[in-house]
Design a protein around this ligand. Structure first.
Ligand code: DUC
Ligand code: ZN
Ligand code: ZN
Length: 487
């Protein structure tokens, strides 16, 4: 009789298709059997009364990285992925961030080296391009895409990293040719810069004015522009961190037009509002991110867009800065909002916040929770079916949740290196207690059981989401009949 390395017995197994009571057997790091009354393994986890879910896939996090503003993150691969694991996430996609003057292939080699030394979860990289030189476009980018780095990040704002329209088109054309998804921070640069400069010059310098400096229309304009680029080239795009009702509506319309646009939102846009930044002194800086949190009406619109499938993914956009002189307060106690780093920690709280809202409080379903946090990101980013699935042959990346455990979040309760929690004070019901990565138990009894460097790089194939939609005939949509064969 086959002997399994590990069997999880008696849990309620949840996938996007439903919830079933069954056992899961693991051998050699992958799931090898699913069913009732499987024999015990070399190790057995009794999971009666627990929910057994795919490990989370967090497709947007900034780790050990120099920001668009030039400041180093607070987290290393070790601290960030440790925090992810405690929160039930077993795969992260972070950035290999090219800054101007850097050679892209060197950037990827450097990030690969530090991640290989530190990560405890599995990981992949988005290729962040801020310097699309001929060398990058003609050599490095094609080579890197073909070797399995199948997503690219571009910025439409931030002075140090943003691309011009024609540079974005250049990058999208390479992605189209070699098969990669183009992800974007899409906000109108000119509007933000103009608003911010005027606000500061008039003395409106507190963190809450950061929100004012990113007017809602800057998201709408940038989404619309990038969507039309996508339409022109018939190149799939992913719009990161949607924050407004109007932004979600633009995406819904574009998808209705048959444009291959995917979209993400993040917990900060579902659970925080502009009021969170309105605190005495610089305290509000803890809640500063870009785009900024909006209103409760936007929150409702985003929940609805997720439910309808207009947005497909919830990522953390973990962008960690300590609330001290190494991070948020690097420009000193008199800083204006323009001088304060943007970003919140969120790798560890993403899943518990969503589980509490969607499952415990009944806003949605367990199946939808699994879809938004694991299966859909795995599919869209080319990690599925190895990741984001509980199925025979999938990696045994599994989070075992206690649906009844209540946890009150505190500033010092996380396992990252940030020192505060923007969601502190909330009590959440449902918590991932045991976490497996490729069959190894990496979290149990509140302790990390994985060595730094035990996470593995995930190279990816060209998923359907990365390919042009294809048209019935060149005449079908004149806007996309742009003569690709000539370019
Ligand atoms: N927005 C943030 O808030 N932080 C990191 C980068 C970004 O776009
Ligand atoms: Zn961004
Ligand atoms: Zn980001």
């Amino acid at each position: 009789m086959t002997e399994f390395d590990l069997v999880i017995k008696g849990g309620s197994v949840a996938t996007t298709d439903g919830v079933t009571s069954m056992d899961i057997a693991v051998h050699g790091g992958v799931i090898t059997a699913l069913g009732q009354n499987l024999p015990r393994g070399l190790r057995t986890i009794e999971a009666a009364g627990k929910l057994v879910l795919p490990g989370g896939v967090d497709a947007h996090c900034h780790i050990q990285q120099l920001s668009g503003g030039g400041l180093m993150n607070a987290d290393t691969f070790e601290t960030a992925t440790r925090s992810a694991a405690f929160g039930g996430t077993t795969t992260v996609i972070s950035f290999a961030a090219q800054h101007r003057g850097d050679r892209l292939q060197d950037v990827v080699e450097n990030y690969s080296r530090v991640a290989a030394a530190g990560a405890v979860t599995d990981y992949a990289f988005h290729l962040w391009i801020s310097d699309p030189t001929p060398e990058a476009l003609e050599h490095d980018l094609p080579r890197l895409i073909e070797s399995g780095h199948r997503s690219i990040k571009i910025f439409m704002t931030y002075d140090r990293v943003r691309l011009l329209d024609e540079q974005m088109l250049d990058v999208m054309m390479v992605a189209r040719k070699y098969g990669a998804l183009v992800c974007a921070h899409a906000e109108n640069h000119g509007m933000i810069k103009w608003m911010a400069d005027r606000l500061v010059s008039r003395g409106y310098i507190e963190p809450k004015y950061h929100g004012v400096s990113h007017p809602r229309v800057c998201e709408i304009e940038a989404f619309e522009r990038l969507i039309r680029f996508s339409q022109l080239l018939d190149q799939p795009i992913m719009l990161f961190h949607v924050s407004t009702a109007e932004g979600a509506a633009v995406i819904r319309r574009a998808r209705g037009e048959g444009i291959k646009v995917f979209a993400e939102t993040c917990p900060q846009y579902l659970f925080l509002t502009a009021q969170d930044l309105d605190r005495p002194g610089l305290e509000g800086a803890k809640w500063m991110c870009s785009p900024p949190p909006r209103s409760t009406a936007d929150q409702e619109a985003l929940w609805r867009a997720l439910e309808l499938g207009d947005l497909q993914v919830v990522s953390s956009d973990h962008a960690p800065y300590r609330f001290d002189s190494s991070g948020k307060l690097a420009a000193g106690p008199e800083a204006d909002f323009k001088q304060i780093a943007n970003g919140l920690p969120g790798l560890e709280t993403r899943l518990p916040l969503l589980f509490d809202a969607m499952v415990s409080q009944g806003r949605s379903s367990l199946e939808k929770f699994v879809e938004l946090t694991a299966t859909a990101p795995a599919k869209i980013y080319g990690l599925h079916p190895r990741k984001g699935a509980i199925a025979i042959g999938a990696d045994a990346d599994i989070a075992i949740w206690n649906p009844d455990r209540e946890v009150t979040l505190t500033d010092d309760g996380l396992h990252d290196n940030v020192g505060y929690n923007p969601f502190a004070g909330r009590t959440l019901r449902g918590w991932p207690e045991t976490v497996l990565r490729r069959g190894d138990i990496i979290i149990a009894d509140g302790k990390l059981q994985a060595a730094p460097g035990s996470g593995q790089l995930q190279l990816r194939g060209c998923a359907a989401s990365m390919r042009p939609a294809g048209k019935l005939s060149p005449e079908f949509d004149p806007a996309t009949n742009f003569g690709a064969q000539l370019l």
